[in-house]
Design a protein. Structure first.
Length: 332
């Protein structure tokens, strides 16, 4: 099929594909499986570690996944992502271990460049799926790197139920709706949950704040920040706290620390081209993965600040693939 056009035509001597998928988490690979099975020969850029983009996405940074259906005994995050990749390739996806550093969505076929090849001829695609994911914001506290995923987490739903947190005192950092939601959720597992709030009030909605304040298993520590994460070398067991008003410092013995200070969607590539919200998440037409540009779809955490789970990302990857398939067949 000839490259589709939507306005001006870009000439290219490099690869032209019907669809390019940027990102290699559950969303990107699920889209790839569907598109490859539909004989659309997708090209998937999985990112290159040296550019700070680890192939396989966020799940490669964690240990056991207990809530991905189909694995009743759980599965290690990196192993799950290896399986996603294997399944994409099995049906013919061309997986490229490089990062897309530049994209031009102003006309179809869309043009994009690989990292380090920005001055060369671009590659082109009739449709694009952005599945570049997101990452949890971190504070860079002393000891944070040592105990990240060994007591420190940014996802209560993912990690709250693991044995190291059960019936143990836990802490949540943040004052918004996410912090209120995570703290309330963690009371199911922890013996007590402390919420560290820098200000003297919560940013959470009234209803969430009320639920938090009325929970006997939650204590809010106002005007409080954590300054250091401490432990036994393997697992976190203490936080050093500071009162931002008085400067007073103290210990808070906890076995879990959950960051609820927001996520950073990986949208630098498409900023100022696609409609994004105030936090940078790509806005899609409700109930679809269609972005503000025809032929460009977004799936996974890059467009979802609410659920942020592997299964929901995979689900939206499937939606994006079916929407690409429909669009391209209508245009044939
Ligand atoms: P991501 O997984 O974020 O992957 C995006 C990929 O795109 C990355 O590989 C990145 O390198 C690549 N990329 C980005 N930009 C480019 C580019 N320009 N060019 C090429 N490649 C690019 N969810 C659960 O359901 N259960 C759990 O137990 C669970 N545990 C978690 C534990 C941790 C520590 C973390 C961080 C997350 C956890 N999650 C869990 C959440 C889950 O990992 C995410 O919801 C899911 O991975 C999002 O998938 P995604 O496809 O949107 O993107």
């Amino acid at each position: 099929m000839a490259p589709l056009t939507n306005g001006s035509v870009h000439k290219s001597t490099k690869i032209h594909s019907k669809v390019v998928i940027i990102g290699s988490g559950p969303a990107g690979h699920t889209a790839a499986v569907y598109l490859a099975r539909a004989n659309l020969n997708p090209v998937l850029f999985e990112g290159f570690m040296a550019n700070g983009f680890a192939a396989g996405g966020q799940l490669t940074t964690t240990t056991e996944i207990e809530n991905y259906p189909g694995f009743p005994k759980g599965i290690m995050g990196p192993e799950l992502m290896d399986k996603f990749r294997e399944q994409s390739i099995r049906f013919g996806t061309q997986v490229i271990t490089e990062t897309v550093s530049k994209i031009d969505l102003s006309a179809r076929p869309f043009r994009y460049w690989r990292e380090g090849q920005e001055d060369e001829e671009p590659e082109t695609a009739d449709a694009v799926i952005i599945a570049t994911g997101a990452s949890a914001k971190r504070l860079g506290l002393k000891g944070e790197d040592m105990y990240w995923q060994s007591g420190i987490s940014a996802c209560a739903v993912c990690d709250g139920a693991v044995p190291i947190f059960r019936n143990k005192p836990l802490a949540v950092i943040g004052g918004g709706d996410s912090a209120a939601e995570e703290a309330t959720y963690l009371t199911k597992y922890g013996s007590h949950v402390y919420v560290l709030v820098r200000r003297g009030e919560l940013r959470a909605s009234k209803i969430m704040a009320k639920r938090l304040m009325n929970n006997p298993k939650i204590t809010v520590l106002w005007h409080t920040v954590a300054t250091e994460c401490q432990g036994d070398g393997d697992l976190l067991n203490n936080l050093r706290l500071k009162n931002v008003f008085t400067g007073e410092e103290k210990d808070l013995p906890v076995n879990g620390l959950f960051y609820a200070i927001g996520h950073e969607p990986a949208t630098a590539l498409v900023r100022n081209q696609l409609h994004t919200d105030e936090e940078g998440y790509i806005i899609t037409v409700p109930g679809t993965t269609q972005t503000s540009i025809k032929g460009v779809f977004a799936a996974g955490d890059v467009q979802d600040k609410r659920y942020r789970q592997a299964i929901t990302s995979a689900g939206s990857g499937c939606m994006a693939a079916l929407e690409v398939e429909r669009l391209l067949s209508e245009e044939e």
